[in-house]
Design a protein around this ligand. Structure first.
Ligand code: C5P
Length: 307
């Protein structure tokens, strides 16, 4: 007879992401847009810790940056993840206390909610001792949100479909980014809706820029800077024109390029080196054009068991 694991708690760490390329096609009947995107996981992390709880109870607590903006009821993706997992793997006895510690900006275009969801899926799989393959976990993740499969995977990946059809991309070395976190949120559906208004007939044929995969394979930051692209950038800038000031400030402070992260409002600046990133983050902090400045590197891992 095998002895069942008596795990008291399980902690998983998951990273935020930026999109090095984000090409967007025409809205589909299901409301989603087809994408061609290159994700890179960067070193800003949320931690999710889960503990056993009575059957069917899923309590959530949130601490850390902007915790007050995160719902702790059934709207939170971690609760949806827990319910889906318990239902799929027929565990009516399952429950969990889920504690989230946030560093990834909330509604910031860095897939913070998806990172928490990916972390919860992995942590609960261990806590409840479920027999789930990584592919099954990614499939469940895709039902919960388009970015969840990448949050499970991490590193650098090419995404198609809603962004959940992924293949890993070779990326040499480490890129140094400075992130400008905004003091406001941008809703992803609102940014996609503005994209539709600004682009009545976007191209159906989507691809990432020529040279991006070559730049990543060679580890050439200057070459990568020349091909960064985000089709949602104009939509976000028309909703929040002050983002242009943030972008200009980073470029004036020595960034190789500026880029809206996902649907924003976080702005990512690519620096030529780690030293340049330190200088850039100091200058940007002094310019007073954002809530917080954060220096990160990428690529990094996706959702990973810590304890
Ligand atoms: O899947 P997720 O809940 O993260 O998506 C949030 C919203 O972002 C969707 O409801 C949709 O409005 C928009 N979206 C989109 N096309 C995608 C991904 C997200 O239109 N490929």
């Amino acid at each position: 007879m095998t002895e069942r694991a008596t795990t008291e708690w399980v902690r998983v760490r998951a990273s935020g992401k930026i999109n090095l390329a984000l090409r967007v096609g025409p809205r589909r009947d299901d409301g989603y847009h087809p994408l061609a995107t290159v994700f890179q996981a960067v070193s800003v992390f949320d931690d999710v810790e889960v503990r056993p709880a009575p059957a069917g109870t899923f309590g959530v607590s949130v601490t850390g940056a902007q915790a007050e903006l995160v719902p702790t009821d059934g709207r939170n993706l971690v609760v949806k993840a827990a319910r889906l997992l318990a239902e799929r793997y027929r565990r009516p006895d399952a429950g969990a206390e889920i504690a989230i510690r946030k560093s990834i900006p909330v509604t910031g275009g860095m897939a913070g909610g998806s990172a928490d969801c990916a972390a919860a899926l992995l942590a609960l799989t261990v806590l409840w001792d479920l027999d789930v393959t990584p592919a099954e976990l990614a499939e469940l993740g895709a039902l919960l949100g388009a970015d969840v499969p990448f949050s499970l995977m991490g590193q650098t990946a090419y995404g198609q479909g809603r962004g959940d059809d992924l293949v890993p991309v070779l990326s040499r070395g480490s890129y140094h980014w400075v992130l400008a976190f905004a003091d406001f949120e941008l809703s992803t559906p609102a940014v996609f809706a503005r994209f539709d208004e600004l682009n009545p007939s976007p191209s159906r044929i989507l691809g990432v820029p020529r040279g991006m995969l070559e730049a990543l394979a060679s580890g050439d930051a200057t070459a990568l800077a020349g091909v960064l692209v985000n089709d949602l950038q104009d939509a976000a800038l028309t909703l929040r024109p002050e983002l242009a000031r943030t972008m200009d400030a980073g470029l004036e402070a020595g960034a190789l390029a500026s880029l809206l992260s996902g649907s924003g409002p976080t702005i990512a600046f690519l620096a030529p080196s780690e030293e340049a990133a330190i200088d850039l983050s100091c200058e940007l902090g002094k310019a007073g054009v954002c809530r917080t400045v954060r220096r990160v590197s990428g690529p990094v891992h996706g959702a990973r068991l810590v304890t």
